[in-house]
Design a protein around this ligand. Structure first.
Ligand SMILES: [Zn+2]
Length: 281
C-alpha cells in the first residue's frame, strides 16, 4: 500500500522519475527524495534519533531540499553548471524542486542529452554528501559537475554500445574499491529504528561504491532476523529490504557484538548520526 508521502507525489512527477533513462539506483534515489525517505538530518530526528540535524557544511537543518537545492555548496554547484535556466532559489518543498528539473537544460556542447545533466548533478550532490559524512572526503563544486558530466557521458556511451552490438566488443569491468567497511550499529533505540538505520547505512554504502561490508550490532534480535528466513515480524518490510540490500555486496557478514564490546557504536549513539559509522581500513 502506498504511503501518504507516495500518494502526494503528482502523477506527472511520478511518471517522469520512473520513465527516466538512467541507472535504476538514480531513479530510486529521486523517488526516495520525492517521498522524503532519505536519511537526512531532519528525517533522522523525525524518526526519533537524538542527532544533530544540521548540514555538515553550513549547520542549517538538513532536509533533502537543502542537500539538492538550498545549501550554499549546492547553490555554487548549480551556478557553475552550464544550464539554460537555474532552479529557483526559494524552493521549499522537494516536490517543487524535482518538478522543476525537467525544464532544466544543459547548454551545448556537453556530449549528452540536454536534460540528463541536472539528474546526474542531483545524484552527485547526494553522493558527495555521503562521502563527506561517512568517508570525511570533501569535493569542490567543479568536481561535482565534472563527475556528473563524466557519468552522464559514460551512461550515454553504454547505451549506444548496447544498441549497436559488435562481434569484438571490448568490455571493461572496473574493479571494486579495495576497501573493507565495518558498520557498527548500536541498539540504543528499539529494533525498528536500528533496522532502519542499518538499511540507510547499506543504501549509503552502495551509493558510495563500497563492495564489502561487515555489520556489527549489539542487537542479537536484529542479527538473527537478517540471517533467518523469518517472515512473521513487525519489521518484516525493513528486514526484507535488508536481505535484498545485502545481495548488492560481494562480501558481507553480520556479527553480534555484546554492548560492552561495541563501545564505539555505543559512543556514537550519543553523537550526530550515531547509528551509522564507517571505518575505512
Ligand atoms: Zn548546508
Amino acid at each position: 500500500m502506498a504511503s501518504t508521502k507516495e500518494r502526494e507525489v503528482p502523477r506527472a512527477l511520478r511518471q517522469y522519475i520512473w520513465n527516466l533513462r538512467t541507472l535504476p539506483k538514480v531513479k530510486q534515489f529521486l523517488w526516495r527524495a520525492a517521498v522524503e525517505a532519505l536519511p537526512v538530518g531532519v528525517e533522522l530526528v523525525r524518526r526519533g534519533f537524538q542527532v544533530d540535524f544540521g548540514c555538515k557544511i553550513c549547520g542549517i537543518r538538513e532536509t533533502i531540499t537543502h542537500v539538492l537545492r538550498v545549501c550554499q555548496f549546492t547553490r555554487e554547484v548549480w551556478t557553475l553548471a552550464l544550464l539554460k535556466a537555474h532552479p529557483h532559489l526559494n524552493s521549499v518543498l522537494c516536490l517543487d524542486f524535482l518538478a522543476f528539473i525537467p525544464s532544466l537544460m544543459s547548454l551545448p556542447p556537453t556530449g549528452i542529452s540536454a536534460t540528463s545533466l541536472p539528474i546526474w548533478i542531483c545524484w552527485n550532490l547526494w553522493i558527495t554528501r555521503n562521502h563527506r559524512l561517512f568517508a570525511d572526503t570533501a569535493y569542490t563544486a567543479r568536481e561535482v559537475i565534472s563527475e556528473a558530466l563524466g557519468e552522464a557521458r559514460a551512461w550515454k556511451e553504454a547505451q549506444s554500445s548496447l544498441q549497436k552490438p559488435q562481434a569484438s566488443q571490448a568490455t571493461t569491468t572496473l574493479p571494486p574499491p579495495a576497501i573493507s567497511v565495518i558498520c557498527n550499529v548500536d541498539a540504543t533505540w528499539h529494533a525498528e529504528s536500528e533496522a532502519w538505520a542499518l538499511r540507510e547505512a547499506l543504501f549509503s554504502a552502495i551509493d558510495v561504491g563500497f563492495d564489502e561490508m561487515q555489520v556489527r550490532s549489539d542487537s542479537q534480535v536484529l542479527i538473527n532476523l537478517i540471517n533467518s528466513q523469518e517472515t512473521h515480524t513487525e519489521i518484516y518490510a525493513i528486514v526484507n529490504d535488508l536481505r535484498q540490500l545485502v545481495l548488492s555486496f560481494s562480501l558481507i557478514s553480520s556479527h553480534y557484538v555484546p554492548r560492552l564490546n561495541n563501545v564505539e557504536a555505543d559512543t556514537l549513539a550519543k553523537n550526530a548520526l550515531r547509528a551509522l559509522k564507517y571505518q575505512v581500513n
